[in-house]
Design a protein around this ligand. Structure first.
Ligand SMILES: Cc1cc2nc3c(=O)[nH]c(=O)nc-3n(C[C@H](O)[C@H](O)[C@H](O)COP(=O)(O)O)c2cc1C
Length: 266
């Protein structure tokens, strides 16, 4: 019954054309989030604006880590240039950012402190090395209690080439763009990983700059384009404490497709 209701809701939602005025507003230090923002703008036909720091970040990873940590520790968030776009004119704001330290990048802290998002619908989108959509969306809900924070979209830096296709599905599924999409199947129940499942996990994850841990169990689903894996993974944090995360992996159906991990949810 629940399933039927859900699919009815999804069908109703995707056939609703979006007449609301939309703005794509984003911060990007090294261009990845900008690429996604421009794709979103293209698909939505929306206005677009960037968020700029008065003193730009250098684009150097280590320098930004150091500056970002200093800002966080001192609570001295970066000053921003005045926005070119008037947020007040829009109903819905697609808010884009890179993930820094597990949540939205520091310039977004200044943005949400200094602008009125009351009554706005906010759709977060982000780019990341491994993940951070859920944690940053939750943080936005806390920072903007008078806005409606909707389900967002996130993509790994290494997979940004997949964003156009994924955004097309995302925008149709949530009714921001005309068109319909079929509902993706649920993952099967979690089962202990076999050697073959472990090999797929390793092929997807062992090239990543940080170890992601050891997969314990896996659920699977088959879509028109891919076989997807949802691994429960045990790892140790920098403090040595054990934690469990969920790692999503996809393998395209085309011949020779390599397993790719799409997101880590901590
Ligand atoms: C200071 C800093 C902290 C970061 N922290 C994370 C993190 O916690 N998790 C993650 O998955 N990626 C992290 N990243 C990677 C960025 O989210 C990723 O490279 C992003 O695509 C950069 O987007 P941009 O090119 O639009 O600036 C971090 C990058 C920087 C510079």
């Amino acid at each position: 019954m629940k399933k039927i209701l859900l699919s009815v809701a999804l069908t109703a939602c995707v056939t609703t054309a979006n007449a609301q005025k939309a703005l794509v507003l984003y911060y990007s230090e090294t261009g990845t989030t900008k690429t996604v923002a421009e794709e979103l703008q293209r698909q939505l036909g929306a206005d677009i604006g960037s968020i700029e720091a008065v003193k730009p970040y250098s684009g150097n990873f280590q320098e930004t880590i150091q500056r970002g940590q200093r800002e966080m520790q001192n609570g001295q968030w970066p000053e921003l240039k005045p926005l070119q776009s008037d947020i007040g004119k829009y109903d819905i704001i697609f808010l884009g950012y890179p993930i820094w330290f597990g949540t939205y990048a520091n310039p977004i802290v200044t943005l949400v402190k200094s602008n009125d998002f009351a009554g706005k619908t906010v759709v977060p989108f982000c780019t990341f090395g491994s993940g951070g959509l859920n944690t940053s969306s939750d943080a936005l809900k806390k920072a903007l209690p008078k806005a409606r924070i909707r389900q967002g979209y996130g993509v790994r830096t290494a997979r940004v080439a997949s964003a156009a296709k994924e955004l097309d599905r995302f925008l149709k599924a949530y009714g921001y763009k005309k068109g319909s999409v079929s509902r993706l199947p649920d993952y099967s129940a979690q089962q202990p990983v076999t050697d073959a499942d472990k090999a797929i996990f390793d092929a997807a994850c062992s090239g990543y700059q940080f170890p992601l841990g050891t997969p314990q169990t896996v659920g699977k689903r088959t879509t028109d384009d891919s076989t997807d894996y949802k691994y429960t993974v045990k790892s140790r944090g920098f403090d040595g404490a054990e934690s469990t995360s969920t790692v999503y992996v996809t393998v395209g159906k085309q011949q020779g497709a390599k397993p790719e991990f799409t997101e880590v949810v901590r």
